[in-house]
Ligand binder design. Structure first.
Ligand SMILES: [Mn+2]
Length: 295
C-alpha cells in the first residue's frame, strides 16, 4: 500500500551557530529524487516548503527569535493538518529549532484526538538550554527546553491550547556535549537520557529496551527527532556542530528497532544536515540509510 508521506522542507539556519543547514532540505530531497528513493520505498510523496523570514531581528540573548517563532508557527500547523489527513509528516531541516514547531504540531494533534505523545530524541547535544542558561543565544540549543515549557513566551506559547510535554515523555539518546548549566536543567527535567559513553559501554539493545519500557509502552504515538549530529562525524561530517565519538549505523538501528516494530511512529524530524560541510557524500549516504530504515 502506498503511504502518504509529507516531506516538509524547513530551510532554517537562524537557530544555529553557523550558516548552511538552510540548504539541507533541498540537497537531501534532490538526492532522494536522483536515487529513486520514493519509488523504492513505495511512498506516495507530498511536499511542503515552509517560508523562512530574512535575518532581521538580531539580539544577543535570543538570536532571531521573531523569525524562528514565525517559522515554527507555520510548521506547527502544517504538521497538525498532515496528521489529520493521516499522512506521515517528515520535517527536514534546517536547524533543530524547527522541532518546536513540528513537535507542538504533533502534540496539538494528539490533544485534539485524546491521544498521548512520547518523544524519542537522538542528538549529540541535549538542546535543553534556556535563554538564561545559554552561553550563545542560539535557539537550536533550546528546543527541548521550550517543549517542556521553559523559554521565551513567544516560542513556548506555540503549544497552546495543548499542554507542554513533561520530561518523562522524552527519551534522549546519544548526548555527549552538554553545557554545565544545561546539565543541571537536564537532571531536573525528568527527561530519560542515555549519554553516548553509556551506549558504548553497554549493549545498545539495553537502551532500546529502556525506550520500549518508558516511552513506547506508555504513549499512543511517537514523535522521533533525529539530529544528524548524533552520528559519528566519520559517517556524517556534514553537520553544523560535529562531536567526536558518535553513533554507528548499527547502534542507531538497534536503538530504533522497537519503535520500528511498534508501528507507533506519528511524525519525524530530520535536522542539521549541512551541505557546506559535506565530504564525499557521506552525510547524504548516512541520511538515506537512516530514513530508509524507518520508512
Ligand atoms: Mn539538536
Amino acid at each position: 500500500m502506498l503511504k502518504n508521506t509529507r516531506f516538509i522542507s524547513v530551510p532554517l539556519d537562524l537557530g544555529a551557530n553557523t550558516i548552511g543547514s538552510k540548504n539541507g532540505p533541498e540537497a537531501l530531497l534532490k538526492h532522494f529524487q536522483q536515487i529513486d528513493f520514493y519509488k523504492q520505498r513505495n511512498l506516495n510523496q507530498l511536499f511542503t516548503l515552509i517560508s523562512v523570514a530574512e535575518r532581521n531581528n538580531f539580539s544577543e540573548k535570543l538570536k532571531f527569535k521573531e523569525e524562528i517563532t514565525d517559522t515554527c508557527k507555520q510548521l506547527r500547523e502544517v504538521v497538525r493538518k498532515a496528521l489529520h489527513e493521516k499522512e506521515l509528516p517528515i520535517s527536514i531541516g534546517g536547524d533543530h529549532s524547527l522541532a518546536i514547531g513540528s513537535i507542538f504540531g504533533a502534540q496539538a494533534y494528539c490533544y485534539e484526538n485524546g491521544l498521548t505523545l512520547g518523544v524519542i530524541w537522538l542528538d549529540a547535544h541535549a538542546d535543553i538550554n534556556t535563554p538564561e542558561s545559554s552561553e550563545t543565544g542560539n535557539i537550536h540549543g533550546m528546543p527541548l527546553a521550550t517543549l517542556l515549557g521553559m523559554g521565551h513566551s513567544s516560542l513556548v506559547d506555540l503549544c497552546k491550547p495543548a499542554p507542554f510535554l513533561e520530561g518523562k515523555q522524552v527519551y534522549l539518546a546519544g548526548v555527549r556535549d552538554v553545557d554545565e548549566k544545561e546539565q543541571v536543567i537536564l537532571d531536573e527535567s525528568h527527561v530519560y537520557y542515555a549519554p553516548m559513553a553509556r551506549i558504548k559501554e553497554i549493549n545498545p539493545e539495553v537502551i532500546a529496551q529502556e525506550i520500549e519500557t518508558n516511552i513506547l509502552k506508555k504513549y499512543d504515538c511517537i514523535h522521533l527527532s533525529i539530529d544528524l549530529d548524533v552520528m559519528d562525524p566519520s559517517l556524517a561530517p556534514s553537520v553544523s556542530t560535529p562531536v567526536k565519538k558518535g553513533m554507528t549505523l548499527e547502534e542507531v538501528k538497534a536503538i530504533l528497532l522497537p519503535l520500528k516494530k511498534s508501528g507507533k511512529l506519528l511524525s519525524l524530524d530530520f535536522v542539521e544536515y549541512n551541505p557546506l560541510n559535506e565530504k564525499d557524500g557521506k552525510g547524504l549516504t548516512t541520511s538515506t540509510e537512516l530514513l530508509s530504515y524507518l520508512l
